[in-house]
Each structure stands twice: as C-alpha cells, then as structure tokens.
Ligand binder design. Sequence first.
Ligand SMILES: [Zn+2]
Length: 177
Amino acid sequence: MEYDESMLVQRIGEMKLFPETESSHMTLHCAHCNTVLGDSYGICGDFSIKHMDSIMCLKVTDDVVISDPMESGHKGDLANCICSALKCRVCCCDVGKVIHSAPSHLATIRSLFLLYKAKISCYILDSSSMVRASKLTFHMKPLREHINEVRQQVEAQLNQMSHANSRLTSVTSDLNK
Ligand SMILES: [Zn+2]
C-alpha cells in the first residue's frame, strides 16, 4: 500500500488527543449487564460520526459476539461499508460494530472494534469508580509521535548493532594476528 500523508493528517485531525499522563487504566463493561467487554490496553482512541460516538479498540473480550458481516446500504455516514454488529454475549445488547471493508475516507477504522459509548460503562481502576463512557474522551497518542518513537528505537538498535559489529571485527582481526 502506498503511504498517504493526507490520510495521516486526517486521522490525527479526527481524534481528540490527550497527553499520556491523562490515560488511566480501566475496564470496559456492557452498560446493561456489566459484562467485561474490553480494557484500556485495547483502546486506541475515540471515533465519532453522526449518531455514533464510539471507542476504538484493537481487541475486545470473548464476551463480544461478532455477527455475520452485512452491507450497510448506500445512505448515511457508513454508506457502502461491510460491517458486523457486536453484541454482548450475556444480554445480547447491541454494543458496537466492526467495519470489515469501507471506502477510503473511513480506512482508519477498518478492522477496529467500535464500541458505542452509549452502551458502555467504564470502571476506572485508579479511582474505583464506574463512569459512563459517553462522559470520557479516550486518549490516543498522535500517530506522528508513535512513528518518531519507533524511529528512535530503531536508530538506537542500529547504533548498538554497528558498534557490536565493529568490536567483533576488531576482536577477529586481533585473533588472526
Ligand atoms: Zn450485556
């Protein structure tokens, strides 16, 4: 796939960004029956379009049942998408959606679990309190920051490797003397 700078900027623009310190550990629950559906380790941000404020998650628990994929029709914000409804295994409530295939302007949410904020409660571990997800904004580190961090890590590893390599070369040449 080609790297598309405009997509990156668009993605950052769509999300509400918060500094790392504001993120807290939490579990995500079905607002109806309190079954655990996910946790803060799986959360990757906020996503909202008309009538659908959602938490984007990379993973959810086994208590989230993924229904058969369906076409979303040709109208509305999710026009021409193929998505599955997500249901709570215990109470069968609709708790979200996963979009398998979508037009390019929705490419950023493909294959992510979108949990409807209106159907989710959050148990905040630090304060031992249950809060409606609709009251919260979900932290997401800006993508550019992530990329810079990874780049720095890779560069540091490369440095170490070339350092080790030069030491190895000098040891070998000493041995050969
Ligand atoms: Zn439930």
